[in-house]
Design a protein around this ligand. Sequence first.
Ligand SMILES: Cc1ncc(COP(=O)(O)O)c(C=O)c1O
Length: 454
Amino acid sequence: MTAAVPTPSRIATLQQAERERFIAAHPRSLAQAEAARAHYLFGVPLHWMRDWPTPATLAVLRAQGATLTCADGLRYADFCLGDTGAMFGHSPAPLAHAIAEQAAQGLTCMLPSTRTVAVGEALERVFGLPMWQMALSASDANRFVLRWARAITQRPTLLVFDGCYHGAVDDTLVDLDPATGATVARGSVLGQVHDHHAHTRVVPFNDLAALEAALAPGDVACLLAEPALTNFGLVPPAEGFWPAARALCRRHGSLFVMDETHTVSTALGGYARAHGLDPDVLVVGKAVAGGLPCAVYGFTHAVAQRMVAAKVQAPEGHSGIGTTLAGNPLALAALDAALTHLHTAPNYRHMHALATELEEGLVCRIGAAQQAWTVTRLGARLELQFMPHTPRHAQDVRDMANSDLEALTHLFMLNRGVLLTPFHSMMLVSPETTEADVATLFAVFDELLIALRG
Ligand SMILES: Cc1ncc(COP(=O)(O)O)c(C=O)c1O
């Protein structure tokens, strides 16, 4: 037996009350939001900061450990953690020290620093691939990987999954038209003039037959994929999906590229390493250097040889790959500290133990309240899904999501000191997250369930 689904009018009434509560409690954030309109589009330095479901943008005074303090002096147990950038906590001490020390000794030189060798060894130790290049963001890294893949295979087409997000990478911002099965431009993308979907193919996640059909023409440079979809709710791979998908890529001569920018939360070294997926290329951004702007991509010796061949055969000049500040000494110092002190087995043990506790507590509460909701967990990352089962692909999410209830949940929890990741209901556990943070989340979730019952 399940309880009645909260009605749209009940959700709307609660949402209005939460908006008023937010406004009353955040005069300083409101004042900043208003004043910042004079100089910033939508009053924020990055327009999507305005997409949190709050009446005005929360202004951050400081963020330390797993706690965020807003301009009004209110404290939040932060389960958003900068949407994974701060997965190891905000400003972890070893990272803050390394950055401060390097900051006094040179920020950028367009030359490798003396840490380069040690960082390369640490990247191989943590992620398992021998060869590396750096970028400033995961978006950049994905864009560069795509360019390399096309250059070395001499093939034009990119293959991605429906519901994917790999950053501001034009070629990947495409969708699957459910009616026709065709690849179409993503309607929300601004200023797009190139016909990117002509060179990108999209298939449903967890669908091996569709994957095989997309690879069959032999024109696919690479499959670019997250090990689990983490940007369309959380959609885990079906049992046996990845070994079969990898075999298909190999059979058809397409590179198998794993974007671990979010799934690095799965285990030390990421999902692919933990599950022996053996990718040709691996991308990690956001938390790889503890949140300092930096991303890396690693690859096998075989891929490296093909990259070298492509580069030496090309005419001298711009490769279209790389940006001036990439691999700068500050990023290398942060990477060095992060790979040594943050990407560690004890940190992951803590994250997994608390994430398991969080999963079990939420499942138990959802069951007691007889709601047909689901909790899906991948290592330290959990998704609260207002649907009766874990989705298998993006279309499941489109069919079952309840965005009004999701928005209410965010604001309700934020108003009571708990931050979830906006755009979906993701909770990430850091090494700095405490039992007390989890207990706070449970107490607020209990309150939400009571409020929804009316
Ligand atoms: C899987 C994945 N790849 C790449 C990116 C892009 O990261 P960034 O915005 O730091 O470039 C994101 C951002 O959410 C992501 O989730």
